[in-house]
Design a protein around this ligand. Sequence first.
Ligand code: SAM
Length: 282
Amino acid sequence: MSGILYLVATPIGNLEDMTYRAVRILSEVDLIAAEDTRNSIRLLNHFEIKTPMTSYHEFNKYDKAKVLVDKLLEGKNIAVITDAGTPGISDPGEELVKQSLEAGITVTSVPGACAAVSALITSGLPTRRFAFEAFLPHDKKEKARILEELKEETRTIIIYEAPHRLKKTLALLFDVLGDRKITLTRELTKKHETIEQTTFSEAISHYEENEPRGEYVIVIAGMDVAAMQAEQRAEYEAMTVEEHVAMYLEQGMSKKEAIRQAATDRGVPKRDIYNVVERKER
Ligand code: SAM
């Protein structure tokens, strides 16, 4: 019979966040696949876990997954742990899960810490709907494409960032999304945890004076549709009806289309616009 693949969450800073079940499973499995064995040995020693370890990381994830799947097929139980948090969330793990499921192996989770979830629930921003973006891609084109998508994202957005790229990323997000409410969470669950409800512009000024240190999650308020519509409506209402219709005529619309569009923009019946335009023309 095949073994089981366990995805075991480990603490993101505070060792007390290790679960009883994580300790038991890590002690009982035949092998632990760890992202960085030198890093994980400290965790295993702390909890007196003696299970052998092998490395499974970003750069060997395809080939090593095959080796691990073979062991699972032989009946070995394997646990995956990463440097911190939940395996598969911006961590290797995804590929091994895919290959294991394809081979008919049972995959299960041992849940625990995840920086994205801790950041979201402490952010004070809406938690019902959210979009997890992980790290923005390095590739310029890909990054531009994702940022363009995020412009109109109405859900709360969660982004991971390393300290040495934080300033650049905040500036970029400010340029594309405009000033928004954000919550900058840092060093979650650790001694120097900070959870700052701020805005892009305030955070950018703050980090002009202070060097970013530690691990960050940026939680960003989604686009506020009601506020955008109110702003847009106010812009339209600042124009006279004639100016409004003329704007669309200049853009190449027919008179009928321009009247319909101006009516939609102003939230009034077409006839109201028509009457004003007709009166002018008489
Ligand atoms: N799998 C992990 C999880 O479940 O959260 C995430 C791993 S990802 C390689 C590392 C990133 O997670 C960091 O760059 C940071 O953005 C975020 N992170 C991890 N631990 C954190 C912490 N204690 N406080 C804030 N952010 C953290």
